[in-house]
Design a protein around this ligand. Structure first.
Ligand code: ZN
Ligand code: ZN
Length: 416
């Protein structure tokens, strides 16, 4: 028998209800903040990501799902932002000079060793606000993310924020880090020794014990920030304060991708263990320009859907809508049963029947498995009297109703 590709999952119908609920909640929140959905292909040119995330980013170096043929090098998208900026430019949305707010929901792909909390195909819910450098939109993006967590009935999370500064400040940070770390290289993990050469800022967020110790001893505060970036960050904080959102300024919070500038943030949840981030985001003021567009500021975030589901209380709250189950006994009743089924569906009532032709007992069990509380039984006897047996399992009641009145009666029951 064939098996799933390692690092991928099937989401079976029993579980999909929660996914749909989570997605519906996110869509609702996005619409309240006037973010519009965008869908881009899962395949992109691989250069799009090496260009935007940086060729030394771990994703680009080690985790790209490459699809190569003679001429082309494509990749299964590892994240959403670069694709959306590409679509924004390709769709000429920059030409209108309009500020654009997008959201997206979909699968992402990274070729990594499958482990707890990390899949090769995983899902993101995210948003991008393209065309403004205003600190108020940083605050809004964080608020949207927070509103989604709350609407998904997630508690016990925390928000860390930081600013990396503009590209100039980032260079200053790199210089300062190089100066401070060069005598401490021996204490760093193998990967961070590599990062020291090309991706030094990333050392700040290495999860390894030995590196955490070294990083704790650094004197990095906000010395690398210019006046403008300082002011920008102060306004972001003031806006969050005004909204009553609690956060912690974490000077060691950085993001793994080159395109981030200024504000970065991360939502964490303790119960997730080592991979404790529910989602993260930040500002990327140069990405649009780097990909061939105008110089416009942008900010965004993404949540990992699998991680949200792990900590969401949505799961505890019952199944979806009711399905009315029709049990037809005997051949003569079959046509009438089929008409009844269509009648219910046409009236907007979800209905199903037993296609395995089980006995009454077997069919009742099937209805129970489906979580169906309303069962209609139609046999040759009933057909002769032009009635159906109507069982309301919730109330433990059973009655006979006229075939013509079934749809109305069922509707009434569902609504009460
Ligand atoms: Zn700056
Ligand atoms: Zn390290």
């Amino acid at each position: 028998m064939f098996k799933r590709v390692p690092g991928t999952r099937d989401i079976l119908p029993e579980e999909i209800a929660y996914w749909q609920k989570l997605e519906a909640v996110a869509r609702k929140v996005f619409s309240l903040y006037n973010y519009k959905e965008i869908r881009t292909p899962v395949i992109e040119e691989s250069a799009l990501f090496s260009r935007s995330l940086g060729e030394f980013a771990e994703i680009v170096k080690k985790q790209m799902f490459l699809i190569k043929n003679k001429e082309d090098s494509y990749v299964l998208r590892p994240e959403g932002t670069a694709s959306i900026v590409r679509a924004y430019l390709e769709g000429n949305l920059d030409k209108s000079g309009r500020f654009s707010k997008f959201y997206y929901i979909g699968p992402m792909f990274r070729l990594e060793r499958p482990q707890k909390g990390r899949q090769r195909q995983f899902h993101h819910i995210g948003a991008e606000a393209i065309g403004s450098s205003s600190p108020w939109i940083d605050a809004e993006i964080i608020m949207v993310a927070d509103a989604i967590l709350k609407a998904d009935q997630i508690t016990g999370y925390s928000l860390n924020i930081n600013t990396l500064g503009c590209p100039k400040d980032k260079l200053a940070l790199v210089d300062m880090l190089r100066e401070e770390l060069k005598g401490k290289l021996g204490g760093l993990c193998q990967e961070c020794k590599e990062r020291f050469k090309h991706n030094i800022i990333r050392i700040l967020d290495c999860k390894k014990q030995e590196c955490r110790k070294v990083v704790k001893g650094l004197s990095i505060q906000d010395k690398h920030l210019c006046g403008d970036c300082r002011q920008h960050f102060n306004q972001v904080k003031r806006s969050l304060d005004a909204e009553g959102l609690s956060y912690e300024v974490n000077r060691q919070l950085v993001r793994g991708l080159d395109y981030y500038t200024r504000t970065v943030f991360e939502f964490k949840h303790d119960s997730l263990g080592a991979q404790d981030a529910l989602g993260a985001g930040g500002r990327y003021d140069n990405l649009v320009k780097d990909l061939g567009g105008p110089q416009v500021g942008s900010v965004g975030f993404a949540f990992g859907v699998e991680r949200l589901l792990l900590v969401s209380d949505l799961k505890k709250h019952g199944p979806q809508r009711e399905v009315v189950f029709i049990i037809v006994l005997g051949d003569r009743a079959k046509d009438a049963g089929a008409r009844l089924l269509s009648g219910l569906r046409a009236a907007g009532i979800a209905a199903d029947t037993d296609y395995q032709e089980k006995s009454l007992k077997g069919a009742m069990r099937l209805a129970d498995d489906l979580g169906s509380d309303l069962v209609l039984i139609l046999g040759d006897n009933e057909l002769e009297k032009n009635v159906v047996i109507f069982k309301d399992m919730r109330r433990g009641k059973q009655e006979q109703i006229n075939l013509e009145e079934v749809v109305d009666k069922v509707k009434e029951k569902i609504e009460t």
